[in-house]
Design a protein around this ligand. Structure first.
Ligand code: NAD
Length: 360
């Protein structure tokens, strides 16, 4: 399957690895900075491959290459426009998280991809972590019984070096703060596991230590789900001195699970009332990962390829991308107004919150 990548920065290496692992034909890469393409290709010993074409303008790539699948890994504020151009060109697309920065853009991606018959996958790759998949299987089999509550804790560290590497980070238009960037995977997992249908969100955000950014570096929220479950969210990039954990707790009447590690890649607690010997393998399960981005890109790409070939929806579709974005924007809106926010959200955009922290 003919594939191209738009955006060749920090996360792009996971996309190239996923493309190689899935034997995609890498037809082209695109970056507005030519040196970013060369660095990325060299990292994978692909710099001398004449079949990989380079573009600094993605629109030229779309017209000249017409790949079957494109993945977008530019700064977040550019995702929606590039995705819509891909969709209009009839190209299936994997969009890095967050899928868009506004509800209008997210809805438009869903609407236009459905109208065009084009597949869109939102890159929430942690859904493919072994620990997460095992939890989901138990949930779908009804092993938790009635759900009581759950929580996600993303306690990471990002320092000034990380933010100064790319000036778009921590801005309202291009990135958002720690909830939109670092915590959105965990927020996606919490919403997905606790029933997807959210009634109300109450949130508070702060900018504690990163006063050179526009957005938050710590945020908390309480979420009421329509099925009666409740959830809490805690996300930050302020943890001294390094990433501590990304931990998901789920509590049901007949089951308790705690996923830990730095990115919900381990199973720390696995207790079910109907447990038998088949549960032994899950207790203490640890999936080795080389960084907090995990191993999920390869599985997410594999699923998207199968979705295209079998003409079915991808496992993590555009609605999942919309829902994760909506949760973060709801927390932002609640923090901005000081009031709980009812879902669904309409017409809300990250830029609505410009100025929330006084110096921005
Ligand atoms: N799924 C994950 O776990 C994960 C992890 C990290 C980052 N991300 C997401 O991936 C995206 C990229 O993050 P990053 O840290 O790799 O950023 P980065 O700044 O390192 O890379 C972005 C690249 O996009 C290029 N670019 C900018 N405008 C472009 C355009 N118009 N056309 C082509 N290329 C363009 C930049 O030159 C840069 O090389 C962000 O949306 C981020 O939220 C996802």
């Amino acid at each position: 399957m003919k594939y191209a990548l738009i955006g060749c920065g920090r996360i792009a290496t996971n996309h190239i690895k996923a493309a190689l692992n899935n034997r995609l034909e890498i037809a082209a890469v695109c970056d507005s900075k030519p040196e970013a393409m060369e660095t990325l290709l060299a990292k994978h010993s692909l710099e001398g491959d004449p079949s990989i074409h380079r573009y600094t303008d993605y629109r030229q790539l779309l017209t000249a290459e017409k790949p079957t699948l494109i993945s977008i890994a530019t700064e977040s504020g550019l995702h929606a426009q590039i995705a819509l151009d891909c969709i209009d060109a009839g190209i299936n697309v994997i969009i890095e998280k967050p899928m868009a920065m506004s509800m209008d853009d997210a809805e438009e991606i869903i609407r236009r991809s459905q109208a065009k018959g084009v597949k869109v996958s939102a890159c929430h790759q942690n859904r493919f972590n072994i620990a997460v998949q095992e939890t989901r299987k138990a949930l779908e089999a009804g092993r938790f019984g009635k759900l009581s509550h759950g929580s996600i804790h993303v306690r990471w560290n990002r320092n000034r070096d990380y933010y100064t590497q790319a000036p778009w980070r921590g801005t309202w238009a291009q990135d958002g703060g720690c909830l939109m960037n670092q915590c959105i995977h965990g927020i996606d997992l919490l919403r997905w596991m606790l029933g997807d249908q959210v009634e109300e969100v109450y949130g508070a955000t702060r900018q504690q230590f990163h006063d050179y950014l526009e957005c938050e570096d710590a945020g908390m929220a309480v979420v009421k789900f329509k099925n009666g479950a409740i959830g809490t969210i805690e996300g930050t990039t302020n943890v001294y001195p390094k990433n501590l954990e990304e931990t998901l707790y789920l509590f049901g009447q007949s089951g308790t699970v705690k996923l830990g590690g730095t990115s919900t890649n381990n199973i720390d607690v696995w207790d079910f009332s109907d447990a038998d010997s088949s549960d032994d393998a899950n207790r203490g399960l640890q999936e080795a990962t080389s960084n907090v981005y995990g191993n999920g890109h390869t599985s997410l790409f594999a699923d998207m390829i199968a979705a295209i070939e079998q003409d079915r929806a991808p496992y993590v579709d555009a609605i999942a991308g919309r829902n994760a974005l909506e949760m973060v924007l709801a927390i932002y809106q609640s923090a901005f107004t000081g009031k709980p926010v009812k879902l669904p959200l309409q017409h809300t955009a990250s830029t609505d919150f410009t100025g929330l922290f006084s110096h921005s």
